[in-house]
Design a protein around this ligand. Sequence first.
Ligand code: UD1
Length: 430
Amino acid sequence: MDKIKIIGGNQLIGKIFISGAKNAALPLICATLLTKEKVSLSNMPILSDITSLNALLDVLGVQIEEKTVSSGKNTSKTYTYQSKNFKNLIAPYDFVRKMRASYYVLGPLLTREGHVELSLPGGCAIGARPMDIHLNSLEQMGAQIEIKNGYVIADAKKGLKGANIIFPKASVGATCNILMAATLAKGTTRIENAAKEPEIGDLIDLLNAMGAHIEGRDTSVLTIEGVSKLKGAEHAVISDRIEAGSYAIAAAITKGKIELLNANPEHLLAPLNILRAMDIKITEKPESIIVDARNADMTGQDIMTDYYPGFPTDLQAQFMALMTVVPGAALVTENIWENRFMHVPELMRMGANINIHGYASAIVRGVKKLSGAPVMATDLRASFALVLAGLAAEGETIVNRVYHLDRGYEKLEEKLKNVGADIERIKEPD
Ligand code: UD1
């Protein structure tokens, strides 16, 4: 398994191009299952999560064409998907286990084909991650659902029908799945307490371009009027707000200055406000954000993760890494996932002063310096938090289990090296 070696202490200065958003790309890929016609998705990030989901679509019988697109600043992929007829309607355990977002095939296959079998993904490091909201909502739309041998077996032989659904929680995954299912259902579906994340807005844009009738984008009430079929479309995925936020924190933790090219400040209001409160200069430009922490007099800040537009849970670990080296105390509260402090013991091995209180809160007291150490994380964002700690620490940090990072951070070492980090990947056989 590959490792990443970092020698800390370098101030990062320069420009980083932000890739297409992984969490937008995954539901977009599954939305292509809703039509027999070709759907092209551009600005797609080059990540193992995308390749894993494409492998599942291949098993279903989808034709996928791949093109690499290079502009001077960045290389991305354009994928064209066509699912004329499916070879099978089963998403097997081996795929779903590797790539939870494989569950986005549920809504599209059920609504188009009237049947789907999906391995239940199970829990993961950050929490139990149930699917009850997805399944209850599909039942309200007339689906018959059975759980057998670890699989969800869903039927809607006469098609799904519109329903008034109130989500108990504003789940991102359930919002995407039910949106996609409702596009081809008979009648009108209304989702109350829908998630409002920008990735959902992106999915709505693609679905409407394919001929769906969805109203309420960026609000918590979505109304979908079902249509009998959808058509092909072309769509460019939005830029990755979590990748952008992660590199903004890299600028802060190294007291550097990074321009985040292709980043959208509107999608990062809460994190940028916190950085501003830390005396970091943030300049918003039409297609970039400049984060300048060179002269910032930083102090600890409290954060509480929340549904969008609140502070994203996917930046909590990275923000906590920053708090470990900033003077003062910071209270970090995790409100979305029940087990998302696994980076804490690893940060403490590097000299951080953190106390976890109960399930959801941690007090971080900034120390003068972290010291490099071999560390490992159990999820994607926690792994990036350890990279950040390594960038700020004295000496050498080895981050193990790099496959987590490869799921969601495109060309991580190259992007950080280009702004002055001393970082390299150590290739090791699996
Ligand atoms: C997505 C993101 C993930 C992010 C999360 C919250 C993707 C691929 N992943 O995950 O990176 O951390 O949003 O912003 O986009 N819940 C239920 N029942 C359900 C579904 C969810 O109780 O049926 C709960 C979850 O346990 C969690 C909360 O709702 O506590 C939010 O989960 P959800 O928004 O569904 O997260 P994901 O879509 O899985």
